[in-house]
Design a protein around this ligand. Sequence first.
Ligand SMILES: Nc1nc2c(c(=O)[nH]1)N[C@H]1C(S)=C(S)[C@@H](COP(=O)(O)O)O[C@H]1N2
Ligand SMILES: [Mo]
Length: 263
Amino acid sequence: MVWLGTCALRCFHQRVTDQPPEQPNRPADSATTPVGRRVVLGMLGLGALGVAVGAPLSRTLQSVLGPLQNNDPTGLTTLLPGAGGWRYYSVTSSQPAVTTDSFTLRVSGLVQRPTTLSFDDLVRLPQTSLNHDFQCVTGWRVEDVAWKGVQVRDVLDVVGLAPGAAALRFTSSDGEYTESLTLEQAANDDVLVATHLEGEVVTRAHGGPVRLFVAPMYGYKSLKWLSGIEVTDSVLPGYWEQRGYDVDAYVGQSNGRSDPPTA
Ligand SMILES: Nc1nc2c(c(=O)[nH]1)N[C@H]1C(S)=C(S)[C@@H](COP(=O)(O)O)O[C@H]1N2
Ligand SMILES: [Mo]
């Protein structure tokens, strides 16, 4: 079983790196789906193993998997401890250390008033709370997560759109990860600059103090450690989208997957 779990991560690694970066948006058939059924089954096996044998072997497994951590381009390194099904993802090996005091969000590009917002500025804008499942494209889901933050469209109201504005490019203080949305997608009620998760300021591991939450789409759209929103004239594919995942990432209607709708 240990072997199975390790293999699953390796297979996942290989499957993803096999995606030619020069072919974004490849249709996801069984041969090219970024994350295949075998991998999901393997991951289930890994999870079940932890449950079946308890902590000591999990720790052993962790030390076996440790060396993979910085090499796994999926960023999947560990299950977040005690976190109800959440996995920890980062494509970088270190986590940005941003606090509510040091946090800034630069909103720029095709806007009338380029602006830098602090954490307190965000808290003073209209607040939106909602409960919604979080679904990763590799198959795991955390149900009924309590989110709070500012709707992206309320942030855009602060800066005002300039002529030609059509899309948003999000950047992370990890210096690597990027995401994108059309303005139309970003205008939905359930697309948040999230400051709170389950009633607390978003933790560092979850991309805090401020991350994106794009409720209708797969988890990779919900960029962690948000540091910038640039208004652009067209959609610039994000980190995983340059590696074969769909730009329009609606749950159950993209990436060749048929997950039941999130709620
Ligand atoms: N900056 C950054 N944001 C990211 C990622 C990442 O690797 N780096 N991974 C994405 C993916 S694939 C998922 S499923 C979620 C995971 O969020 P979590 O680490 O809070 O579980 O974050 C998304 N946002
Ligand atoms: Mo994900």
